[in-house]
Structures are given as structure tokens and as C-alpha cells.
Design a protein around this ligand. Structure first.
Ligand code: PRP
Ligand code: URA
Length: 208
């Protein structure tokens, strides 16, 4: 599995702001989307382009356009919705496939509860978004599901990843690429990432 920790100063700065304990819902939500947009820029750097001829203001000219496969953004409910608009900012024509999975707070096991995927998902690059990769259970279950539906080309974007989650994801899905703003230190005994962001879903939705 290819893991890219994106060290761009804008990403590091914005992620630092997100770690502030007293951050407002509004600010956390804005920053989640901004960092997602910057991760998207990085994650799409290998998209192939092709030369096409168009009618320019002074006659025909050659320009580059993105070639081939189209994208589906896959937010993992709930918290993944907080990154969706950031991805769509750069890929506005992407279709959205939604997967609902929550983590049982006692067992930390992923519990799937919703799935609405685009019909031709097997022909698309899936960009899966979730702010937190903790034990990796939710992401692994999502990728299991996407592959079962025929998905072959998957990129994962997370704001913060724990080493434990990366290891588990690597074992389960060695063929995918992951982009993150930070590989943090570890999980605590409740499965929260340290230093982490706290409960990302609650912070994005203003619950709790
Ligand atoms: C959080 C987070 C991930 C998951 C990560 O979601 O957004 O989906 O936990 O943990 P894992 O790697 O150990 O599976 P949560 O279950 O809190 O649901 P929410 O998005 O509805 O808040
Ligand atoms: N889910 C979160 O929202 N935060 C964590 O640190 C771990 C799982």
C-alpha cells in the first residue's frame, strides 16, 4: 500500500488549527473541507491527461484534458461528509457513492447501515473520504464492500491516521493508495487517535 503523508505547509497549518480543543463547529467544518481539497490536489497528481484540439480565440489549439476514467467520491457516513465538498471543489463532475458505517463504541467493530453507490462504480476511480483512520475497521469494511461491487481503482483520503489503522489497512488492502495530512502517534484505550482531533463526526455535526 502506498501511504503519502502530505507535508505541505498549508495542510500542516490547517490541521494544527483543527487540533485546538475549543474550536467551533463552523471552523472545524471549514477546515475539514479545506484540507480535503488540498489532499485531493495531491491525490490526483497522477491522473493521466490527453491532448485534444479545441477552437481557441485565435484558431485551433491543443490543450490537455483528464483522460479516461471518471471519479466517484465515497464519503463514509457521517464524518466523511465533512470532506466531500472539498473533493468536489476540484472534481465537480464526480458522482457520489455513500456508505454508512459507524464504529460500535464498546467493541470498536464497524457496523454497516447504509449503501447507495453509483451504478457503474466498477468503471470509476473511487476516492474514499473519512477524517479518521483509527483501528482501520470502518475503512476496511468500506473497501471490502466497494471491491465486492467491482471497484478496482481506489484512493483513500483521511485527515489523520493512526499507525495501527495503517497496518491493518495495509494487511487487508495492500493494493490501494492512501493520502493523509498526518500519521499520528497511537490509539488510546478507547480507540481514539492521539493526539488526533477527538470525535470528528461530533465536531463536524455539532453533536455532543
Ligand atoms: C469515526 C470515523 C471513522 C471511524 C474510524 O466514525 O469517522 O469512520 O470512526 O474508526 P476505526 O478506524 O476504528 O473504524 P464514527 O463511528 O464515530 O461515526 P460517525 O462518522 O457517525 O461519527
Ligand atoms: N473516530 C473519531 O472520530 N476519532 C478518533 O480518534 C477515532 C475514531
Amino acid at each position: 500500500m502506498k501511504v503519502t503523508e502530505v507535508k505541505h505547509p498549508l495542510i500542516q497549518h490547517k490541521l494544527g488549527l483543527m487540533r485546538e480543543a475549543e474550536i467551533s463547529t463552523k471552523r472545524f467544518r471549514e477546515l475539514a473541507s479545506e484540507v480535503a481539497a488540498l489532499l485531493t490536489y495531491e491525490a490526483t497528481a497522477d491522473f493521466e491527461t490527453e491532448t485534444v484540439t479545441i477552437e481557441g480565440w485565435n484558431g485551433p489549439i491543443q490543450v490537455n484534458k483528464i483522460k479516461g476514467k471518471k471519479v466517484t467520491v465515497v464519503p463514509i457516513l457521517r464524518a466523511g461528509l465533512g470532506m466531500m465538498d472539498g473533493v468536489l471543489e476540484h472534481i465537480p463532475s464526480a458522482k457520489v457513492s455513500v456508505v454508512g458505517i459507524y464504529r460500535d463504541e464498546e467493541t470498536l467493530e464497524p457496523v454497516p447501515y447504509f449503501e447507495k453507490l453509483v451504478s457503474n462504480i466498477d468503471e470509476r476511480i473511487a476516492m474514499v473520504v473519512d477524517p479518521m483512520l483509527a483501528t482501520g475497521g470502518s475503512m476496511i469494511a468500506t473497501l471490502d464492500l466497494l471491491k465486492k461491487r467491482g471497484c478496482k481503482h481506489i484512493k483513500v483520503l483521511v485527515l489523520v491516521a493512526a499507525p495501527e489503522g495503517i497496518k491493518a489497512l495495509e494487511e487487508a488492502h495492500p493494493d490501494i493508495e492512501m493520502y493523509t495530512a498526518s500519521v499520528d502517534e497511537c490509539l488510546n484505550d478507547k480507540g481514539y487517535i492521539l493526539p488526533g482531533l477527538g470525535d470528528a463526526g461530533d465536531k463536524i455535526f455539532g453533536t455532543k
